[in-house]
Design a protein around this ligand. Structure first.
Ligand code: PEP
Ligand code: MG
Length: 906
């Protein structure tokens, strides 16, 4: 028979820290602390299995639980020397939730269970403090009626006026009538009368009597905590954190200890090291004569724990070290025991009841990225952990914080949220709203910081995107134009914020029932996807001196290479700085987006709109030096490291000019009238451009465009070789679906290659010829593709688009509904869908290697910078991942962690 209840107390426990799945994080650690001999009030944990059985039985506690409950309660009674429901010497308990991973504040708690008219007198005798007892009763009535009688019963209060609010109003009315400013001024007699009034109000409001029977209170509170697993807050939190509904919560029933029993009582929270800097000092706050909820409620300013935690805020208040030196000493000793035992920073909660210290909770403490890095490195030096553990202590995404300024989390707590979208570009940005690219450039010139707000962006917005501090779009997904470009630049960006209504003509933005105009301030948090009203404080995340050292250690464990997606010498240099080992994707068409791109963009448009081969040849010759220059600059910077040049892959419509002045200039240049320009532009419009005339298909229709690119690559390389450099170009053909496309393109490549060798008098140029695998057919036909490709690079943006049939530019409008309804766990454009897209990759890897065992395999879709997807790449044996420059450190760390996870035992 399954055991539902696990007891702890008196230096013993039936569970332990390894049983988080069964006992929840809180329960497992309470058991572990009891085993360590720490002063934990006796109690027991009801397992998550019981929670699941409770739901399976339609919200009924299993029969077996009742018998286990009696036994477990009598154990607590023995440890504490008190009896539950006993009129003379009553035991009170708390009933708290505790899931496998912490869900702070998302579920319910009931305190002081067991207090009722029958036990009140006994407790007054025990404590000699009637005020305290009636205050505890008042708190129980408020919590119980709210959590058990209203929320757990699924009662939706009208106009948000739940029972708790009614009772709070009564408490305030009493204080106002008497002219009191704090609860402590209320007399015990008045408090007792108030409790009776509360109970009458509950009966009248909810139609049920408040239960003054301790056992009924206990059972009610256990059921209510289980039910809170399916409360609104908990369910939405699980969706955001990807926590499965099937985990369930445990319930911890524990003997009550009181921090509000007078001046020698207190309650507090502490971290065994500073969670914001990582410095090895004991860090915390406490409140004399208070209960835990008072610290969290933030009504009183908490006192500092010790000298190290004094600040301008709390310096005037005595520290625990000063006020209760002996207890502080005991707590400091516990701090060391816990750190040595768990070998990690712990977040602890404690209560001091009339001079006796009790531990109520310990768990691994949350920390900033900088703190995580600093303390992990310190712990290696202290001999607490080994290097692989250190590498695992930092979530790769936490590195982001160290590379970008971030929104100050304290400021964000107070701020008004404007809208939530997809977190497309990292860090934070604050500036004034502008609605057009030109305005962004103009305002920037005037020395202003701006946020460019658009429905979506296209290449014509590029200058404005450069000029803006941050970008906010109403449409688009994680791989939309704005997202790709912003991430590439390391620029803060939120896309797909569907709740925005942008009226560009009026220069107005409508959100949350308010209108924001040009010049109003906005702050974006590109790491969470939240946009805030106003100007929030930013934190400067200056480079951490330990960062390089940490990364160098991580690199020792990594087996996959990390490359970058970059298309200008500037971006390449930035990526090198972050540790890139080559370029995995040089999107040739992206050089038409960046700074100083006006001229080449104009020439590309000329190529696109040329009608005759002659017109096109002239335009191509003019464009050639620009392309060669960027390619050569990049090869030079990456000297000795591979650079994968992808042949032009623009959906042509993206480059067609829409502005009148651009059209006029082209018409002058091509010697044709503007109507003809419009006609040619119209002819390029496609119903489904993502599946239209792009990638390799362009070069099949216009081989001269492809040949111009080969010429640029080989001539740039030949010239560098003559200067004593070692260029390593790799040529990559995009959007292929069969091997004949490769044969066709390779023939052009060989032709140009031999011509360049001859003309430049060099013997050879080391290079490779390969393809992207981004169409399911290509993945399935990889054995044939590999006959002509020396490498594959998985273009998982398009591969995801074509496997799901989801348009990568339009998913912003419906992806949230998929996530909210748990149809998908995550956006497949951000985190690789390992089930299907991953299967295609596995098939392709296997088939590719069958034909060409030494084939080089990489990934260059956005997933190449996503930690979970990187782990998958390691598992299937890719040679490298490639991601935008600012993701390079993230990818290095994720690749190291994957290697450590799958290390083969020697
Ligand atoms: C891809 O499709 O994954 C890719 C890298 O190419 P692009 O995003 O440029 O289509
Ligand atoms: Mg692609």
């Amino acid at each position: 028979m399954t055991q539902y209840i696990y007891s702890f107390g008196g230096g013993k426990a039936e569970g332990n820290a390894s049983q988080k799945n069964l006992l929840g994080g809180k329960g497992a650690n309470l058991a572990e602390m009891a085993i360590l001999g720490l002063p934990v009030p006796a109690g027991f944990t009801i397992s998550t299995d019981c929670c699941n059985d409770y739901f399976r039985a339609g919200g009924k506690l299993p029969e077996q639980l009742y018998c286990e409950l009696d036994k477990a309660m009598s154990k607590i009674e023995q440890f504490m020397g008190k009896k539950f429901g006993d009129p003379k010497n009553p035991l009170l308990v708390s009933s708290r939730s505790g899931a496998r991973s912490s869900m702070p504040g998302m579920m319910e708690t009931v305190l002081n269970v067991g207090l009722c008219p029958a036990t009140i007198a006994g407790l007054i005798k025990q404590t000699g403090n009637p005020w305290f007892v009636y205050d505890a009763y008042r708190r129980l009535i408020m919590m119980y009626s709210d959590v058990v009688m209203e929320k757990a019963e699924g009662l939706e209060p009208k106009d948000g006026m739940g029972i708790r609010l009614h009772l709070e109003m009564m408490l305030n009315d009493l204080k106002n009538d008497r002219g009191y400013s704090t609860d402590t001024e209320i007399t015990a007699e008045e408090m007792s009368v108030l409790c009776d009034k509360f109970k009458r109000k509950i009966a009248q409001h909810l139609g049920v009597e408040f239960p003054d029977d301790p056992r009924e209170q206990l059972l009610g509170s256990i059921g209510a905590v289980f039910k809170s697993w399916n409360g609104k807050r908990a369910v939405s939190y699980r969706r955001i954190e990807h926590i499965p509904d099937t985990w369930g919560t445990a319930v911890n029933v524990q003997s009550m200890v009181f921090g509000n029993m007078g001046e020698n009582s207190a309650t507090g929270v502490a971290f065994t090291r500073d969670p914001s800097t990582g410095v090895n000092t004991f860090y915390g706050e406490w409140l004399p004569n208070a209960q835990g909820e008072d610290v969290v409620a933030g009504i009183r300013t908490p006192n500092p724990l010790n000298n190290d935690t004094k600040s301008d805020h709390n310096r005037h208040l005595p520290s625990l070290e000063e006020a209760m030196p002996q207890i502080y000493g005991e707590l400091a000793r516990i701090r060391t025991i816990l750190e040595h035992h768990y070998k990690d920073m712990q977040d602890i909660e404690f209560t001091i009841e009339q001079g006796t210290l009790y531990m109520l909770q310990c768990r691994v403490g949350k920390r900033t990225g900088t703190a995580a890095l600093n303390m992990a490195m310190d712990m290696v030096e202290e001999g607490l952990i080994d290097e692989p553990t250190m590498v695992n202590r930092l979530h790769p995404n936490q590195l982001d914080e160290m590379l970008h300024p971030i929104v100050d989390p304290e400021a964000a707590k107070e701020a008004k949220v404007l809208v939530q979208g997809l977190p497309a570009g990292p860090g934070g940005a604050c500036g004034q709203i502008v609605f057009t690219s030109d305005d962004a450039v103009y305002w920037k010139r005037k020395g202003k910081s701006v946020i460019l707000v658009r429905d979506e962006t296209n290449p014509e917005d590029i200058e404005g995107m450069r000029a803006a501090k941050g970008i906010l779009t109403a449409r688009g997904g994680m791989t939309s134009h704005a997202a790709l470009v912003a991430r590439g630049w390391g620029k803060c960006c939120i896309v797909g914020a569907g709740a925005l209504k942008i009226k560009s003509n009026l220069k107005e933005l409508h959100a949350g029932g308010k209108i924001y105009r040009e010049g109003d301030f906005l702050t974006l948090n590109g790491t969470t996807g939240i946009a805030y009203e106003g100007k929030l404080k930013m934190k400067d995340a200056t480079a951490n001196p330990k960062f390089r050292q940490f990364m160098a250690i991580a690199d020792k464990y990594r087996t996959m290479k990390v490359r970058t997606n970059a298309e200008t010498p500037k971006d390449a240099a930035q990526a090198l700085e972050f540790g890139a080992e080559g370029i995995g994707l040089f999107r040739t068409e992206h050089m038409f987006y960046g700074a100083d791109s006006e001229k080449p963009l104009f020439l590309l448009r000329k190529v696109i709109l040329s009608k005759t081969p002659h017109e096109r040849e002239i335009a191509l010759n003019e464009l050639y030096p620009f392309i060669k220059k960027e390619m050569q600059g990049t090869l030079e910077i990456m000297d000795g490291k591979p650079v994968t040049f992808r042949l032009l892959d623009p959906p042509l419509h993206e480059f067609v000019p829409h502005l009148r002045e651009n059209q006029e200039e082209l018409s002058r240049e091509l010697g044709i009238d503007i109507e003809e320009i419009e006609k040619r532009s119209k002819a390029l419009e496609e119903t489904n451009p993502m599946m239209g005339h792009r990638g390799v298909r362009l070069g099949i229709t216009f081989p001269e465009i492809t040949k111009m690119q080969f010429k640029a690559i080989f001539e740039a390389s030949a010239e560098l070789i003559k200067l004593g450099k070692s260029p390593l170009p790799e040529i990559m053909v995009p959007v292929t679906c069969n091997e004949k496309e490769l044969i066709f393109t390779k023939r052009l490549c060989v032709e140009v290659y031999e011509d360049v060798l001859k003309r430049h008098g060099v013997d050879s140029i080391a290079h490779q010829f390969g393809t992207m695998i981004e169409i399911p057919r290509a993945a399935l036909m990889s054995h044939k593709m590999a006959e002509h490709a020396e490498f594959f690079s998985f273009g998982t943006n398009d591969l995801t688009q074509m496997t799901f049939g989801f348009s990568r530019d339009d998913i912003g409008s419906f992806m949230n509904d998929y996530i909210d309804n748990a149809i998908l766990d995550a956006d497949p454009f951000a985190t690789l869908d390992q089930e299907a897209v991953g299967s295609l990759i596995e098939i392709s890897v296997k088939k590719g290697r069958e034909t060409r065992p030494d084939i080089k395999l990489g990934i260059c879709g956005e997933h190449g910078g996503d930690p979970q997807s990187i782990e998958f790449c390691h598992k299937v044996g890719l040679t490298y991942v490639s991601c935008s420059p600012y993701r390079v450190p993230v990818a290095r760390l994720a690749a190291a962690q994957a290697a450590i996870k799958y290390i083969k035992p020697s």
